[in-house]
Ligand binder design. Sequence first.
Ligand SMILES: Nc1ncnc2c1ncn2[C@@H]1O[C@H](COP(=O)(O)OP(=O)(O)OP(=O)(O)O)[C@@H](O)[C@H]1O
Length: 304
Amino acid sequence: MSGLDQSGLPVTLDAVHLRYGATTALDDLSLQIPAGSITGLLGRNGSGKTSVLSLLGSYRRPTAGSVLIGGADPFENERVMEQVCLVRESGDVLAEERIGVNLRYAASARPTWSEELAQSLLEVFELRPKDQVKSLSRGKRSALGIVLGLASRAPLTMLDEVHLGMDAPSRYAFYEALLTDYAEHPRTFILSSHLIGELDSMLEHAVVLDRGRLLASTSAEELRTRGMTLVGRATEVATFLAEAGLQVLGERRLGPTTEVTVVREPGADLSDLEARVAGTGIEVGSISLQDLFVHMTDRSQERP
Ligand SMILES: Nc1ncnc2c1ncn2[C@@H]1O[C@H](COP(=O)(O)OP(=O)(O)OP(=O)(O)O)[C@@H](O)[C@H]1O
């Protein structure tokens, strides 16, 4: 890696294991996050999202395997880490200090810092430099984390559930600010969240974890097209499904009508589904990333 990479850093995890004592948090995780992408790091509680970000933020080292940012090991690597910004849910701020002091501290540590962006975001989120961090409400403290994360303009910027506690208008202001600044200053963003519905349209790449294992690391578009819904008369849908060779994830009955969610195997094609249902009265619809995620991580079918 030479100098500052202004267009975003790629991330590679190769056979990564992370254990906390007897707990295996990450189990043989291999994935790549493209440089310059807005990537969603998705998973249920305890799936390992924060653990992945702690490795990338150089708070921890893997028990086994390798973590590379821009081709280099980030651990205790100042040259890499000045280009990496991780904002954790806890904020990582100097709570006893004023907002202005926190901003000056961040600016001094970051060669890519934009003071202009920081000041405009303070206005967007109605934060005043003279306010003490410890007196901020939870939502305002989250907003401060977002100001620090976005104004860092770090080539790898990671935001771990940062928008928790923020009201809907503030969250939408955050999404808009991120997209606007990203358009002018592309970089790699990794956003970890449960609010997949809100992030869906922003994401270019998605990493889905479940119990420390990788379920998917793929383009968001590929993930979105993995599933479809079929809505029609129950008998017709059942007849179609009997011949279609599709995996059924879920079914909802609404009187004589049924809605089934089907998925294709990675690499298979669902684009001909419209043509295949022609004349059956069945309608084909898309499913949201949120619904697909719920289905992918559903454990209700598991039996010990
Ligand atoms: N410091 C720790 N000591 C022991 N176990 C830990 C520690 N941190 C995390 N774990 C365990 O590692 C696993 C992954 O946790 P992690 O915090 O990475 O998940 P997460 O996806 O970020 O969860 P959440 O969405 O609830 O924040 C969980 O089983 C968790 O209990």
